[in-house]
Design a protein around this ligand. Structure first.
Ligand SMILES: O=C(O)CCC(=O)C(=O)O
Length: 284
């Protein structure tokens, strides 16, 4: 459901469906500034983007990227977007008073570029209290044609992480796909949103996107990830039992309330990097 106000009904809808749309989450000027930053990042004007493709034509530089991870590490505009007031207000309503961010992803997705197969974000970013929440902000109008998000409403409610496997479906990039869940593609609903609106969704919600099949045009979006500041984040850690349980990823940005682990300090380890798609091979 779409909301313009942060109400009890929004929270109820989020708990039931696992997602809500917050309309006009960002003003048009901020969307325009983010699109300028996207161009600067792709051109290399904001520093190195690891794994960036070799630029073949400076006119079409954006089209050569599918997604840049951690743009907030290079762009002040992307960093400011983590704090977007209406998004943060929604996050505190659905997560709690203390909220931290640990990741941003800037999708460029030009015509012909692939989507992401069914997945749950908590599979990749495992919080300890299931509080992972995405704010996926459309920077262009997102439509079925240009590859908007699709969701399986209510699929977060079991609190189960479904199995994942490699896939070679050309509609999707290199990311693994979730499978063996009790839903079919017929249960999926597209989430078409205008530029500036945010899809706020639960880390256990099954979602995917399809390729941009538009004739010409980008489908840009900024996906920011947040969680409760009370939970440790055993992310990017070596899987060796006890140490995983204690590990706490600290390259975070507090966006609301207080950080109970402030005494640990903040790390600065994440760097902007380009996500491979099948055009460039899936080696990581
Ligand atoms: O923007 C897209 O095409 C996919 C985004 C997505 O799957 C995600 O943010 O987890």
């Amino acid at each position: 459901m779409h909301f313009t106000e942060i109400t009890g009904e929004l929270v109820e809808s989020y708990r039931r469906d696992g997602f809500v749309v917050l309309d006009q989450a960002l003003p048009p000027e901020q969307v325009a500034a983010l699109n300028t930053a996207a161009e600067q990042l792709c051109r290399g004007d904001l520093g190195t983007v690891e794994g960036a493709p070799t630029i073949e034509s400076s006119a079409d530089v954006l089209r050569q990227f599918l997604c840049i991870h951690h743009p907030h590490k290079a762009s002040g505009v992307a960093l400011a977007a983590l704090h977007a007031p209406r998004v943060v207000e929604t996050l505190t309503a659905v997560i709690g008073p203390n909220v931290k961010a640990m990741q941003s992803m800037l999708f460029i997705k030009a015509e012909g570029r692939p989507g992401q197969a069914w997945h749950q974000d908590e599979f990749f970013i495992p919080t300890r209290d299931r509080s992972l929440t995405a704010a996926w902000i459309a920077l262009d109008d997102a439509t079925v044609e240009n590859g908007c998000l699709w969701v399986l409403p209510g699929s977060h409610r079991r609190g189960v992480i479904y199995p994942d496997r490699e896939q070679d479906d050309l509609r999707f990039d290199c990311t693994v796909e979730a499978f063996d869940f009790p839903y079919s593609d017929d249960d999926a609903v597209p989430v078409e949103v205008p530029a500036g609106s945010a899809v706020i969704f639960n880390g256990y919600l099954l979602h995917r996107s399809l390729p941009n099949t538009g004739r010409r045009g980008l489908r840009r979006a900024l996906a920011n990830h947040y969680m409760s500041a009370e939970s440790l984040l055993p992310w990017h850690s070596v899987p060796d039992g006890v140490h995983v349980a204690k590990h706490d990823y600290r390259d975070i940005v507090m966006v609301a309330g207080t950080d109970p682990y402030a005494y640990k300090g903040i790390d600065d380890v994440a760097r902007p990097h380009s996500r491979p798609d099948k055009d460039g091979g899936c080696d990581r």
